[in-house]
Design a protein around this ligand. Structure first.
Ligand code: SDX
Length: 431
């Protein structure tokens, strides 16, 4: 936080308060209201935190008007084009791009933590075969705190580091095993001679009955999807992880909380909901019917993959994802994929419609990702688990930043109470 001598003057009733203001390196100034209740006996009220800065962070910056997304200052389109996921993980965790030696060491540490404790296999077998993979991921990731006791003490920096590496390394194995379990296929162990994305694809799609060669086009596309979803400032699931971490909960429990939050269709579940919406639309001629429903206040239907709390111009990740969808489907020879055609026409029509323009609704990261994932062979149920695999590094980085700062205060919002005033108990015979 940059020092700042400026104050905001707040007047209400007979009260005048001087509240300190702080200037960021990028983005809007903030008014520090930590003393507001003590000095003014009032709360602020901001359901959904549309105007609230909940923490100080140096990891990711988003400018919704410019459609800008920076990870430690580096634009997401440059990282998606020139970097790769594990290098972005290093950047998010430690703040700088790694040297060659640092990268080699980091990749080796992650690679050598990809296996699960053999007893954890029993967890998967406790689920029904038709369990949603997010339910399995939530359960198994939370259960990691029952296995890796040597990295649950958040007061020990070394244990925090080990837990971070373990989470990044094991979460793709857990997601792949959840996928295999849902298909009744045997788990495929990770391989140390494969890169992160190739390892994940092989764990998902190889079977013991034949050799499996990773398609480099798909591996590059998978790695790019991981990079595009890695972190995103204080979104709902990251805020959930920070809030869980503020109580001192162990990192595995915090990440499980983040997975639970991400699952919602308004958040990470939108990629699955978006593809199901494109399937329901089916053909370009039915688009107007769904546009009308999205605009109808009496219809709860929303265009999935559209709109964003922060981006009010365009989601830079969606721009990269759309280009990747064209590239991947073209290279796979399925560029005439009907869902891709419907998605492009839906985007064109919506962006020309005043309802969406006036409400600044644009395609977000989830609008095109599902089309690529489906072309790679994933069922829609695996879309949000893949988002969770990628976002684990963002959750862990934000959690680590909070704990590393020290003096963590437990998050404990207040409320606007509009319930009953105090009243005496009435016996049932007198009610
Ligand atoms: C992610 O926060 C993050 O950074 C999240 C994320 C990340 O990387 O972590 O970017 C990932 O979650 C992306 C968003 C995925 N969700 C969806 O695609 C679901 C569809 N989108 C909406 O549910 C909605 O746009 C949200 C939840 C994304 C944002 O909601 P806001 O900011 O609370 O906006 P809002 O609900 O107040 O909507 C503003 C207006 C409303 O109309 P009015 O009440 O003002 O008349 O826009 C309308 C909404 O009805 N609106 C939509 C719409 N989204 C908003 N109308 C039709 N279709 C939509 N998709």
């Amino acid at each position: 936080m940059t020092d700042n001598t400026r104050n905001a003057t707040l007047k209400f009733g007979d009260t005048t308060l001087e509240l300190p203001m702080h200037s960021p390196t990028m983005g809007p100034d903030v008014i520090n209201i930590t003393k507001l209740y003590a000095q003014g006996d009032v709360f602020t009220h901001d359901p959904g935190f549309t105007s609230t800065s909940a923490c100080e962070s140096k990891i990711t910056f988003i400018d919704g008007e410019k459609g800008q997304l920076l990870h430690r200052g580096y634009p997401i389109d440059q990282l998606a084009e020139n970097s790769h996921y594990l290098e972005v993980c290093f950047l998010l965790l430690y703040g700088e791009l790694p040297t060659g030696d640092q990268l080699e060491d980091f990749e080796s540490r992650v690679t050598n933590h990809t296996m699960l404790h053999e007893q954890m296999m029993n967890f998967f077998r406790g689920f029904r075969r038709d369990a949603h993979p997010m339910a399995i991921m939530n359960g198994v990731v939370g259960a990691m705190s029952a296995f890796y006791h040597d990295s649950t003490d958040i007061g020990d920096p070394w244990q925090r580091e080990v837990a971070s590496i373990r989470m990044i390394a094991k979460v793709p194995t857990i997601a792949a095993y959840a996928f295999k379990y849902s298909m009744g296929q045997p788990f495929v162990f990770p391989r140390n001679d494969l890169d992160y994305a190739s390892n994940f694809l092989r764990m998902c799609f190889s079977v013991p009955a034949e050799d499996y060669e990773v398609n480099p086009i798909l591996a590059r596309a998978m790695d790019r999807i991981f990079t595009l979803h890695a972190d995103h400032e204080q979104n709902a699931s990251t805020s959930t992880v920070r809030l869980a971490g503020s109580s001192g909960a162990n990192p595995f429990a915090c990440i499980a909380a983040g997975i639970a939050c991400l699952w919602g269709p308004a958040h990470g579940g939108a990629n699955q909901a978006c593809l199901e919406m494109l399937e329901e639309i089916g053909t370009v001629d039915r688009i107007p019917e769904f546009i009308a429903r999205a605009k109808d206040k009496n219809d709860p239907f929303r265009l999935m993959g559209f709109g964003h709390r922060v981006y009010k111009n365009f989601d830079p990740r969606a721009v990269v994802m759309k280009k990747s969808a064209d590239e991947v489907l073209g290279l796979l020879g399925v560029e005439d994929n009907p869902k891709l055609q419907v998605a492009k026409e839906l985007e064109r029509i919506a962006l020309e419609d005043d309802y969406f323009a006036s409400k600044k609704l644009f395609p977000n990261v989830d609008f095109y990702s599902g089309i690529i994932l489906e072309a790679m062979g994933f069922p829609t149920s695996m879309f949000t688990p893949i988002f969770a695999v990628s976002r684990t590094v963002g959750w862990i980085s934000q959690w680590k930043e909070m704990i590393d700062e020290g003096n963590v205060k437990i998050g404990r919002p207040r409320q606007l109470y509009t319930g009953a005033t105090e009243r005496d108990y009435v016996d049932v015979e007198n009610r």
